[in-house]
Design a protein around this ligand. Structure first.
Ligand code: CP3
Length: 342
């Protein structure tokens, strides 16, 4: 019996889609908050293989999701390339900034990342032993553009202004940064696959802010390079790409990048995606995360509408973005029940 997620990613149309949620291990779960308190802070949790494996398993135990996603963060890679990284409680990540070509040149070579990231690989090895036989394990990284926006600004930004300004001021240095992240991401994800990740997801959370030529150069091209390199080293490894808020540019994204599945945010309708994106292969998504806070009849109706709209082709049920800390675990259970009974 092949795992449900792997069947959908291979292009199979299933009567019930596999289900998992972005940020399924997170602050909406009391058991996550307890383990995080035990670890101390968020980064200590990411770098503690036993505790990171434990929080990865918590939502699987509670809800029986079809996939587990490695507990880590997209910002561990910049740290392994030499950036300082810390998290300010209630605010989010902070990094040392890159402001010019010299800052790019000062980064470590891509091949130097593994010492720092070894605990992540160990977390994966623990999970391959402890996950139920039917649960697929997803490894991940940020896509280069999204990672670069944090490395340049030193924090999350509403419009990615500092990264756009860097790109406008020195496109060669900006491209060198994208290339360094791309090379390091191939090595990082390859090591995750060697440790036991069965699926890879690339998070391009800020893809939507790229203009059309930049979208080709900095969302599509690096994603295509990473996927080609991974598939050359690990034939058949399925990849989910998430160019968040790509809008009409979701059309053809899988073909342009070689991704096996495109993850949809909740700004596009499932009916539109069935007609224009699922024609190319598997799609993932795309319930608005707010329903996990509000619940009720609207949650059930929306989850079932999405499930039915995408039932004619390969589909992985998920939210359009990460579940938020205010969400209720009861609503997660109701979502799963709604999808499976649609
Ligand atoms: O999805 C999962 O359950 C797996 C683990 C995971 C985390 N972050 C854990 C996390 C994954 C896949 C990510 C990806 C990630 N990290 C992205 C891309 C997806 C997206 O949300 O757009 C981005 C942009 C980051 C960077 C990041 N990490 C930010 C901006 C923040 C602060 C915002 C917030 O939600 O607190 C984080 C922190 C973070 N990463 C938390 C978790 C569970 C919360 C930290 C805590 O416990 O205090």
């Amino acid at each position: 019996m092949t795992k449900l997620l792997l069947r959908a990613l291979a292009g199979e149309t299933l009567p019930t889609p596999p289900i998992w949620m972005m940020r399924q291990a997170g602050r909406y779960l009391p058991e996550y908050r307890a383990t995080r308190a035990q670890a101390g802070d968020f980064l200590s949790l990411c770098y503690n293989p036993d505790l990171a494996a434990e929080v990865t398993l918590q939502p699987i135990r509670r809800f029986g999701f079809d996939a587990a996603i490695l507990f880590a963060d997209i910002l561990l890679l910049p740290q392994a390339l030499g950036a300082d990284l810390w998290f300010v409680t209630g605010e989010g990540p902070r990094l040392s900034t890159i402001t010019d070509a010299a800052g790019v040149a000062a980064l470590k070579p891509a091949g130097d990342i593994h010492d720092r990231l070894a605990p992540v690989y160990e977390t994966i090895r623990i999970l391959t032993r402890e996950l139920p036989a039917e649960t697929a394990l997803i490894g991940f990284a940020g896509a280069p553009w999204t990672v670069a926006t944090y490395m340049i600004a030193g924090r999350g930004t509403p419009d990615q202004g500092p990264a756009h300004a860097f790109k406008a001021a020195d496109r060669a240095a900006f491209s060198a940064l994208i290339d360094r992240i791309t090379e390091a991401t191939v090595l990082y994800l390859s090591a995750q696959i060697e440790a036991g990740a069965e699926v890879i997801k690339l998070f391009d959370s800020w893809a939507g802010s790229l203009g059309s030529a930049d979208f080709d150069d900095f969302a599509i091209a690096p994603t295509r390079r990473i996927i080609a390199a991974l598939k050359a080293r690990h034939p058949g490894i399925p990849v989910i790409a998430f160019p968040r808020e790509a809008g009409g540019r979701y059309v053809g994204f899988a073909r342009a990048t070689g991704a096996d599945c495109v993850a949809l945010d909740n700004s596009v309708s499932a009916e539109w995606a069935a007609a224009h994106v699922q024609t190319d292969g598997c799609v993932q998504g795309n319930l608005a995360p707010r329903h996990m806070v509000t619940g009720g009849a609207e949650l059930v109706a929306e989850a079932q509408r999405i499930t039915r709209a995408l039932r004619g082709g390969p589909h992985v049920f998920n939210l359009g973005h990460g579940i938020t800390p205010e969400a209720s675990p009861d609503n997660v259970a109701a979502m799963i029940e709604a999808v499976r009974s649609a």
